[in-house]
Design a binder for this molecule. Structure first.
Ligand SMILES: [Zn+2]
Length: 427
């Protein structure tokens, strides 16, 4: 199967960040050529100056929580947590599946092709990933046994999941850790050993709230990054979500360890956890930055376009400096930065010959994106676009949405089964 995309603005996100006008030829799951494509293809997409960007990469979410959107808004953090836990503990496998399907559908519609998920029951979420055509880096959440609702030991469950999904298309199994507040040193080091032996990503919440930092200081005598570094946990296979309450020393440690971060600006602002991730300092220290939406109870959206813009606004406003984080950098975080964070930078994150065909096409005629010229293209994507501009999406060489019609999922039935599950859950 081959696909030709013709006459597009191509925001390649290659090393030179070239923006080209031309065609893309996809053969099977791979980008075969970029420029002028003379041969015909099985599927012809006339882009007619539409804007083509790499499929977006959401590096921190809990997709199945899409079902619980809007159930715990405008609450103090402790009330928020108890409300979410009370729903979460009542969820059946059917609820998790319908929530994950709804999340995948929302991600397709907003131009995401790869997401990193942190949850239990990742085997069920893997089902949703397989049917939706997305790529999922699925991190089974490990925590101390006394803190979990999982049946059996979390690390054993994680191992079993990683073993059985080792060679499944578009699924990257990985090790998740809930965070320092429910994970002992032994839990961290056992998870680390398993991940390193099997070359798996380690993904975890880090310094989201000031309370979590202060509690750890009382328990272990050090701040989270210092503690995790002290037990030999941090490394380049680590992806830390939030990383909002950090000292400059902690930022330097992350840089030295090669640990990536997933910043979640909307979630942090909505929960009013107060910390603003020190992104400029991270970039100075060589930390690879990517962006996550977090789950639908804290955002309440999986829209990476909204997230890129919000991140830019938050950092500029916080620093009283409009030159902090340029549009190009914000797009980098959601594409090649995301790919680097999950160790897939040689296969996804940019539009280059030989890479996987993960591509998002935006409506170049949309009023909110115009006038569109080479010089304002990236700015308009970041500051003027919306997920509604996403017209066609290709993941791994397969069209997941074409001209706003989702091809991989029955949209109506996904939404109605999510509604049914949500109603039962809220009763
Ligand atoms: Zn989270």
């Amino acid at each position: 199967m081959s696909i030709a995309i013709r006459n597009a603005w191509i925001v390649t996100q290659n090393k030179n960040r070239d923006v080209l006008q031309g065609d893309i030829l996809i053969e099977k799951d791979v980008i075969k050529s970029i420029g002028k494509v003379r041969s015909g293809a099985d599927i012809e997409i006339e882009a007619n100056e539409d804007v083509v960007v790499p499929g977006l990469i959401n590096t921190h979410t809990h997709a199945a929580m899409a079902l619980m959107k809007g159930i715990a808004d405008d609450l103090p953090f402790s009330d928020f947590l108890s409300r979410v836990f009370s729903y979460d503990s009542r969820r059946t496998p059917k609820d998790i599946k319908s929530g994950a399907m709804l999340g995948c559908l929302e991600m397709i519609r907003s131009g995401t092709t790869t997401f990193v998920d942190l949850y239990y029951s990742e085997d069920i979420i893997a089902d949703a990933v397989q049917s939706s055509g997305l790529r999922g880096v699925l991190c089974w959440a490990v925590l101390d046994p006394e803190h979990t609702t999982q049946t059996g030991l979390p690390l054993d469950n994680c191992r079993r999941f990683c073993e059985s999904f080792k060679n499944v298309e578009r699924i990257v199994p990985a090790v998740g850790l809930q965070g320092v507040y429910v994970c002992s040193t032994g839990t961290f080091t056992d998870a680390r050993d398993y991940a390193r032996e099997n070359d798996l990503l380690l993904h975890f919440h880090l310094s989201e709230t000031r309370k979590e930092v202060n509690d750890l200081k009382k328990r272990e005598g050090s701040r989270p990054v210092e503690y995790l570094n002290g037990i030999g946990f941090l490394g380049s296979e680590c992806l830390a979500a939030h990383a909002a309450w950090l000292t400059l020393n902690e930022v330097r440690v992350l840089g030295r360890c090669g640990t990536s971060i997933s910043t979640c600006p909307v979630s942090n602002m909505k929960l009013a956890t107060g910390g603003v991730a020190p992104i400029p300092e991270m970039l100075n220290a060589g930390v690879n930055v990517s962006i996550g939406t977090d789950g639908s109870t804290t955002n309440n959206s999986l829209d990476m376009f909204g997230e890129m813009k919000t991140l830019g606004l938050l950092q500029k406003s916080n620093r009283w400096d409009p030159s902090v984080l340029r549009a190009q950098q914000l797009l980098d975080f959601a594409t090649i930065g995301g790919a680097t964070a999950i160790g897939l930078e040689s296969s996804i994150g940019s539009i280059e010959v030989g890479k996987k065909a993960d591509i998002t096409i935006m409506d170049g005629k949309a009023p909110n994106l115009n006038p569109l010229v080479r010089d304002n293209l990236v700015s308009n994507i970041i500051y003027s676009s919306s997920s509604q501009n996403v017209k066609t999406v290709i993941c791994d060489g397969r069209i997941t949405m074409r001209d706003w019609i989702v091809m991989t999922l029955e949209e109506e039935s996904v939404v109605s089964s999510a509604v049914e599950s949500a109603r039962e859950l809220m009763d």
